[in-house]
Design a protein around this ligand. Sequence first.
Ligand SMILES: C[S@@+](CC[C@H](N)C(=O)[O-])C[C@H]1O[C@@H](n2cnc3c(N)ncnc32)[C@H](O)[C@@H]1O
Length: 274
Amino acid sequence: METIKTSDYQALQVYLRDACGILLRDSGLDLARRRLRPVLDNHQLASIEALLERLDRPGRSGLKEAVIDAITVSESRWFSEASVFSMLGDQVLPDIARRNAGKRVAIWSAACSTGQESYSIAMAASEFREQNPGNLGGVRVLATDTSRSALEVARRAHYELGPEDTNITSRRKERFFRSIEKGGWRISPEIRALVEFRELNLLQRTLPGKFDVVICQNALVYYSAEKRKAILTRFHATLNSGGYLIAGSSELAGEVPDLYEPIECHKGTAYRKR
Ligand SMILES: C[S@@+](CC[C@H](N)C(=O)[O-])C[C@H]1O[C@@H](n2cnc3c(N)ncnc32)[C@H](O)[C@@H]1O
């Protein structure tokens, strides 16, 4: 697939918008070509036209998930974004601990990719518990994504840490990581025990349980306003009374349903279930 015909690219845009709610920019043709190349190879398809034809056929080939996977890049970083972790530690956990003293806090890391976000949440909540003994009875993080390959990396819990990972201070490294002889770092058993990874597509209606906090970053940004609203409504249904949604700064595009009350925090806006 050296080039994509403009008409095929337009058909791909329509398919992704209508079937998946994903918005592909007019300027994204080259990017789409690069990202879809391995999908075409794996499914032995010669062109975008052949891909669209196969997507239209009934049956579950995993092709649709592979296309979503390719277009919505998998990448996660430690304690990123800073505002999200500040809202969690400075506003949301203290409020939940006040209202549910001694109870375990349940957090959903929605669209968790390779796990850095989810483990960071477990570490942040553990730090909060250490600094505020007796306030929270425990921590449970459910981390979900559609990407099987990303979930495999997350479950392996084995990472390289470089100079760019400045949020992993030497204190955190000592507490939450174990050095591996052949290179790299593994998440400590105590933190791994707090996080469960599960495959889940946010576009489906399945709700994974009840939570005090939902954290979602860098995933809704790919979707149409209509799909984003549907996902935010499902998040609302999973939240316990008074629970919070925390989203990345680019995630909501200013369109948050009235179901949530905006709570201005020092470094951003969290959304409390009404
Ligand atoms: C850029 S990563 C963000 C990872 C993490 N939230 C973070 O910010 O560190 C985007 C993730 O969203 C996931 N994703 C995209 N659409 C999804 C959907 N419909 N359901 C579940 N996960 C989805 C992708 O598989 C990818 O792993």
